[in-house]
Write a protein that binds this ligand. Structure first.
Ligand code: IPE
Ligand code: IPE
Ligand code: MG
Length: 224
């Protein structure tokens, strides 16, 4: 049975779900947040240590302003209302990506990280204004600034996921098979599950089906 420490998720399909069910992309984002809450509960239950969620990519800035504002306000409301709860559950929040949002949101993100920094049952990396290419370039810049040797260990040390093992599983919902600039280095040997369902329709049951399948995979890592 394969050990499992880290699952990464590209939560795609909110917009299409919202248009289909409520004639509004934003309603899809709202519904997607419910799935996030369900999945976090399941991770705690299953005792998985690390979860990385792709929330907002560097490319998502090209969306209409009102959608971006809605998404960021959802995030703000979520953290404001749930951070105590997450903290009580011993969950640690870690932001990857660049915090260049409003002063208020940046402050809330810093506060949430600090408040939960000692927690240990589950670490949730929220990828926010995240792009993997930028992350890798920044890591090389730090290596060069510190005059470190360029090797795999040093590069990994300067990535924003430095405290997280590479994911064993990547799930992308929304019936699209691409990585969209997510964790390009960290996914080198990850098992990838592309799911047809849109993120708001994704359930604990779907997640458990994936885990079951993953446990039986023969992971070769180049060996036979
Ligand atoms: C993913 O859902 C959430 C974000 C990118 C923030 P989308 O908004 O991309 O949903 P679709 O792919 O347009 O349906
Ligand atoms: C990836 O979804 C980003 C997030 C889920 C946050 P997108 O919907 O932005 O990806 P593309 O643009 O279709 O590849
Ligand atoms: Mg999408």
């Amino acid at each position: 049975m394969n050990p499992l420490n880290h699952v990464a998720i590209i939560m795609d399909g909110n917009g299409r779900w919202g248009l289909k069910h409520k004639s509004s992309r934003n309603e899809g984002h709202k519904a997607g947040l419910k799935t996030v809450e369900k999945i976090i509960k399941e991770f705690v239950k299953q005792k998985i240590k690390h979860l990385t969620l792709y929330v907002f990519s560097t490319e998502n800035w090209s969306r209409p302003k009102q959608e971006i504002n809605y998404l960021l306000s959802l995030l703000e409301n979520f953290l404001t209302s749930k951070i105590n709860d997450l903290d009580k559950q011993n969950i640690k929040l870690n932001i990857i990506g660049k915090k260049n949002f409003s002063k208020k949101l940046n402050k809330l993100l810093n506060f949430s990280e600090k408040k939960t920094s000692k927690n240990s049952i589950l670490q949730i990396n929220l990828a926010l204004n995240y792009g993997s290419k930028t992350e890798i370039i920044n890591a090389f810049k730090k290596i060069s600034k510190n005059k470190d040797r360029i090797n795999e260990d040093n590069l990994a040390k300067y990535l924003q996921t430095k405290n997280t093992p590479d994911p064993e599983i990547l799930i992308r919902t929304g019936n699209t098979q691409r990585l969209s600039n997510f964790l390009l280095w960290q996914l080198a040997y990850t098992e990838i599950f592309f799911e047809k369902k849109l993120w708001p329709d994704f359930s604990e049951k779907d997640y458990l089906r994936i885990i079951k399948k993953f446990k039986k995979i023969k992971r070769n890592f180049g060996n036979i």
